[in-house]
Design a protein around this ligand. Structure first.
Ligand code: ADP
Ligand code: MG
Length: 714
């Protein structure tokens, strides 16, 4: 008897589930994607115990008839793809036909769905561990509700890998947030044990959605970017002319489009978790694009810090292969380096153009934070945990998520804080589970007791009014089902106004005016004080000059005209043998920067000439620093397989940064008026007057508004 057997469908599904479903968040991901593919305009996600107990997703999408409902749970059953060729131009999020059977094989699932067609009854189906328990007709409104309970009830080994409820909930929240960001025109709700975590009625623009979900402070730290690039060719290589079907229309190359938001240099994160990349509305992880983003911020923020970036890339579906990974979180671009360079250059250009000025308060917070990711802070203390009250900040006019105003009265205690910290308006207890004003801020998420009687009535009535505002029926994306007529939600006009105001304030405060600042004098002979229309500026003279020199050195390096000066006496530098090896690597680059160095014995170098402005002890220190850094980088293997080019660019900027730092005006150095004016003018001419090559801020602005506010004049 042979040993090989064909696996039963049930086992095959459980194996597939191993790739597709590994935690509640991945179930939510698959179901959300199905709802979006079904053209839903309103999606509600409810979870209990972080999704370990139950995950329920309701949508108002196109629904399914009875036959399709049964088919949907078969392996490889999909409505989104027919031939393998369709894969080359897939426009839906799903296409593998694996999610529903996989989920149903490891959980108990109840599905209720209806196409809304009076001729077809709705269907209610129960399935557990892959076995259909019952199928009934049911009168249901158009749309689909799917409830997944007891995840991994029949695979205890997998259940053990689930993490704490709060962790799973955080993952679910991140996921819903991502999809809400990329579909501002749709209504998303996320509720955990009757606490609302995300409530996002439709809005017109991504900026408003950011405001809705992350709040004012986050939006105020982001700048918009938009760019496009016409492609020269598209998709797979053309079929040769002799094989081509003469009737086949020529392929249109299409366009690469990028929109999104990026953080000002003052906002720095310790990891990449706050970089979100969406390709054709699909959230992906991609090393190549991460690299492009990091490159854009090179020498603007420290190499160990990461920005916050939301990037929405749109390209013809032929340009990107989405069938790379079962969970569809990775993609392959057909023209990789185009996409990489496009992202890097667009971001870099946007950074240079925006030249954002750092505010005093922002700079205080600018230490890189280890926050796990850009998430609505509400997710961290587990809402719904016994005795935990979800405290949120009610932002004026943001609609409460719950569509039933009555829910306000009988839900658990809530605490609302006014939108701007204002000592005269206290916080107020509020019996409402349904109200979760959106602009959560983790920092303000402090535990506290209720202070009766200080509730902002206007905010509540506005919220209630928004709640009752009829939905915008036109808000629907291009999906593979027809639009749903029965969306619901607020028009978000308050959100729109608030978001626009924040954006306008952002745009107004930039460093273009640096050149016209009037220096008043120095503070401790280290910081230049200056004024402008905008307010009071403090400029760190050392880093300002460092930035000026850094860009000058790189410019001159490019045209190879670094100015050198002969030393009266050669400077002798002793090196250890391993340092000699490092030196050999960087000698050529040093020479291009104006050094003239010759060996002087086996372990000694003689520096005969150096770049203008670098002398004495600073010269010695600079050389030691560059050699040490280069040795450190080689030893740490940070340069693992860099391209030659990249390696050289990194070395070049490292040397330039070091040169600039050691030649720049020091702190504790008196400057006369002319010198201060000269420095500000030179700084204004740089590409990145925001931060020094090591990522420290250069200029802080104390705006008139802040000053007036501090003196209680507004
Ligand atoms: P895929 O999404 O890859 O097609 P799934 O297993 O996720 O595979 O779903 C199978 C099919 O079930 C889908 O192709 C779709 O036709 C249908 N379906 C799933 N969820 C929904 C939904 N929420 N609304 C309408 N149809 C759905
Ligand atoms: Mg799917």
């Amino acid at each position: 008897m042979g040993h090989i057997r064909i696996l039963s469908d049930q086992v095959a599904n459980q194996i597939a589930a191993g790739e597709v479903v590994d935690r509640p968040a991945s179930v939510v991901k698959e179901l959300l994607e199905n709802s979006l593919d079904a053209g839903a305009t309103r999606i509600r996600v409810e979870v209990e115990a972080g999704g370990r107990k139950i995950i329920r997703i309701s949508d108002d999408g196109c629904g399914m008839n009875r036959d399709d409902t049964l088919l949907a749970f078969e392996r490889h059953a999909t409505s989104k793809l027919r031939t393998a060729d369709d894969l080359l131009s897939i426009a839906t999020l799903g296409f593998r036909g694996e999610a529903l059977p996989s989920i149903a094989s490891v959980a108990r699932v109840t599905l209720e769905t209806s196409t809304g067609d009076p001729a077809e009854p709705g269907t209610r189906l129960e399935i557990a561990g892959g076995k259909i328990l019952r199928v009934d007709d049911a009168a249901l409104p158009r749309g689909t509700t799917i409830a997944v309970s007891d995840l991994f009830f029949n695979t205890p080994a997998r259940r053990k890998f689930l993490r704490a409820e709060s962790t799973e909930l955080a993952h679910v929240t991140a996921l819903v947030t991502h999809y809400a960001l990329v579909h501002p025109e749709k209504h998303f709700d996320l509720v955990s044990s009757s606490h609302t975590i995300v409530a996002a009625p439709p809005v017109a623009r991504a900026a408003e959605r950011i405001y809705q979900i992350f709040g004012k402070d986050t939006l105020a730290q982001l700048l918009p970017v938009a760019a496009e690039l016409p492609l020269e060719r598209v998709g797979l290589p053309e079929t040769p002319p002799w094989k081509r079907d003469p009737d086949e229309p020529p392929r249109q190359p299409g366009t690469l489009r990028l929109t999104g938001f990026f953080s000002k240099p003052e906002l720095q994160k310790l990891n990449r978790n706050s970089i979100y990349i969406f390709v054709n509305k699909r959230l992906i992880r991609d090393r190549l694009l991460l690299h492009g983003i990091t490159e854009a911020y090179r020498n603007v923020i420290p190499p160990t810090s990461f920005p916050v970036v939301l990037l929405f890339l749109e390209m013809p579906p032929e340009e990107v292969d989405v069938n790379v990974h079962p969970a569809k979180t990775e993609v392959r671009f057909r023209q990789q380096s185009w996409v990489h360079d496009f992202v890097r250059d667009s971001l870099r250009t946007a950074l240079v153009k925006a030249r954002p000025a750092a505010g005093f308060l922002a700079a205080l917070d600018a230490q890189p934070t280890a926050s796990p990711s850009l998430m609505p802070p509400a997710a961290s203390p587990v809402p719904g945990a016994p005795g935990e009250a979800l405290r949120t900040e009610l932002t004026e006019g943001i609609a409460p998520p719950d569509s039933d105003p009555g829910a306000i009265a009988n839900a658990e205690a809530f605490q609302l804080t006014p939108r701007t910290p204002n000592p005269t308006v206290g916080r107020l207890p509020f019996g409402a589970g349904g109200i979760a004003g959106k602009a959560f801020d983790q920092n303000r998420f402090e535990p506290g007791s209720f202070e009766p009687g200080s509730f902002d009535r206007q905010a509540l009535s506005e919220a209630a009014a928004a709640l009752l505002t009829p939905p915008d029926p036109n808000s629907n994306g291009a999906n593979h089902c027809s639009p749903s007529p029965n969306g619901n939600g607020s028009n978000g006009s308050h959100t729109a106004a608030a978001a626009s105001q924040i954006e306008a304030e952002q745009a107004a405060v930039n460093l273009n005016q640096l050149g016209s600042l009037k220096p008043l004098g120095q503070l401790r002979e280290s910081f230049i004080l200056a004024t402008s229309e905008e307010g009071l500026w403090i400029i760190d003279q050392h880093v300002a000059h460092e930035r000026v020199l850094f860009e000058k050195i790189l410019r001159e390096r490019q045209v190879e005209q670094a100015q050198r000066q002969r030393l009266l006496m050669p400077l002798l530098v002793d090196l250890k043998p391993e340092q000699m090896v490092v030196f050999a690597h960087i000698a050529e680059e040093l020479e291009r920067n104006g050094f003239e160095v010759e060996p002087f014995g086996p372990q000694t170098l003689a520096v005969k000439a150096a770049p203008v402005g670098l002398e004495g002890a600073e010269l010695e220190r600079m050389l030691a620093e560059v050699i040490e850094q280069s040795a450190g980088i080689e030893a740490a293997g940070l340069n693992e397989q860099p391209t030659k080019n990249e390696d050289l660019t990194a070395l070049r900027t490292r040397i330039a940064a070091s040169l600039a730092c050691h030649s720049a005006i020091k702190i504790n150095m008196p400057l006369d008026q002319a010198r201060m004016e000269w420095l500000l003018l030179e700084l204004a001419r740089t590409n990145h007057p925001t931060s020094c090559p090591h990522g420290r801020p250069i200029a802080l602005l104390y705006s008139w508004k802040e000053i007036y506010r501090a003196f209680h004049r507004i």
